[in-house]
Design a protein around this ligand. Structure first.
Ligand SMILES: [Zn+2]
Length: 444
């Protein structure tokens, strides 16, 4: 099956950042087999389908490097309540988060991401096999991580049970063409050095299982580490052997220049959650300093409880603005660099840059069509600036992953949107009853 998209503004996001203002791209099965400027002129091979993009932008799909998809069910809950984690989230997770709830939450997240042009995501949560199955059906590409934590999570009573869940996830998705498995110790303070060592050993024994963890995220984590281990989280993780090449560390706000050097030497990659970090008042990650030392840094939404949206377009402007605030100049982290972080560099963070993240011959056909016709997108002097500061997720019309259309004309083809939304409403009804009980008990 050969599909030609012609009359497109092609943003390749390849390492040379080639751009064809009037170009074409040929898709053959799951792969990109050619692309160029002007008219496609090779008439020696037949073309099955021709799509006229009518001047729209065609670019690689967005990569979300850190997410907790199923937490869509918690979006907007207790926003202004200081102790919402202990008051609502942890009790709700213990009492009501089941494989079914994880499935429904992940389906809702998949819809939102697909409609916003996200073609690849990393995820870490509980009952992660369910999330993997949702990615499989939705047609998304992703890295699924079974979380391990000591705060009595809903799917494991102890770490032995947690590791058994990682085994099950690995066995189910081993060799899947779109899904990579990972092991996700929640954070240093919720696992501890012994478990981090065990995770490091697990990852060494299973080279196809990547590590994902929250690291150097907040002041309380720094204080915990100083008090209990007389060091900082990067050192604790390094001592445990956890800083293995390709391990994905989310947040990385609290870093010294020496620690950035260590992360770079170890081959760590970083998921930058600009919006969720700002919303929690935590600070600004030293993105430019990390990238200067050669660390790959991708954009991420974080879970929808922390960041509310799974839209990568909505991360781009804040990521740029916060870097400008930190550096005190309009010139910091230019728009072009932000679009790189949302695409090819994000794919590198997840170890998937050989397959996705740019439009190049031989790579998987993961692409999106973005309209630049709306009033808020007019005019376009610089396409990168337009994407970072003007575009919305709703400008995405079509999405292809691995050569399959998953969104056409703003409709998801792989999931039943109205059924997912009504299933989600049922879960929320259940959550509301528990929330009411919690509030009544608290008021007594
Ligand atoms: Zn997170």
């Amino acid at each position: 099956m050969r599909t030609l998209i012609k009359n497109a503004h092609i943003l390749t996001m390849n390492p040379d950042l080639d751009e064809y203002e009037q170009g074409w791209i040929m898709l053959e099965g799951k792969f990109i087999s050619g692309l160029g400027t002007g008219e496609y002129s090779d008439l020696t091979k037949p073309v099955d389908t021709v799509i006229d993009a009518d001047g729209d932008l065609v670019m690689p799909g967005m990569v979300n490097t850190h997410c907790h998809m199923s937490m869509t069910m918690f979006r907007g809950l207790g926003e202004d309540v200081d102790d919402r984690l202990f008051r609502y989230i942890l009790p709700l997770e213990r009492e009501a988060v089941t494989p079914e709830v994880v499935r429904v939450g992940a389906q809702l997240a998949a819809l939102e991401m697909l409609l916003g042009g996200v073609t690849t995501t990393a995820d870490m949560y509980y009952f992660e096999q369910e999330v993997g199955r949702v990615l499989d059906v939705a047609g998304l590409r992703g890295v699924v991580g079974q979380s391990l934590a000591d705060f009595d999570p809903p799917d494991h009573k102890n770490f032995d049970e947690g590791f058994a869940l990682v085994d099950a996830l690995r066995d189910e998705f081993h060799g899947h063409e779109r899904i990579t498995v990972s092991i996700a110790p929640h954070a240093p303070y919720s696992t501890g050095p012994k478990i981090m060592e065990r995770v490091a050993q697990y990852a060494s024994d299973n080279p196809d299982v990547r590590i994902q963890m929250h690291l150097a995220e907040m002041k309380s984590e720094m204080a915990w580490c100083a008090k209990n281990h007389n060091c900082r989280p990067v050192e604790l993780a390094d001592r445990a052997g956890l800083l293995q090449p390709g391990a994905i560390m989310a947040h990385c706000l609290e870093l010294t220049p020496d620690e950035i050097e260590i992360l770079s030497e170890r081959g760590i990659t970083v998921a930058h959650n600009a919006r969720s970090n700002a919303k929690a008042g935590r600070g600004i990650a030293p993105v430019e300093a990390m990238r200067e030392k050669g660390l790959a840094v991708g954009l991420a939404t974080d879970g929808p409880m922390s960041g509310n949206t799974l839209d990568i377009f909505a991360q781009m402007a804040p990521a740029s603005m916060f870097a400008k605030l930190l550096g005190g100049s309009r010139g910091c982290l230019p728009a072009r660099e932000i679009v790189k972080m949302a695409t090819l560099e994000g794919a590198k963070v997840l170890g998937l840059d050989e397959k996705t993240g740019s439009l190049e011959v031989g790579k998987c056909a993961d692409l999106i069509r973005v309209s630049t016709r709306a009033p808020h997108m007019t005019p376009v002097y610089d396409i990168y600036a337009a994407l970072v500061f003007s575009a919305n997720a709703s400008d995405v019309g079509d999405v292809m992953i691995n050569g399959d259309w998953v969104v056409r004309d703003g409709s998801v083809l792989t999931l039943d949107q109205s059924k997912v939304v009504s299933d989600a409403a049922q879960v929320v009804d259940q959550f509301r009853q528990i929330i009411q009980k919690i509030d009544v008990a608290k008021a007594r």
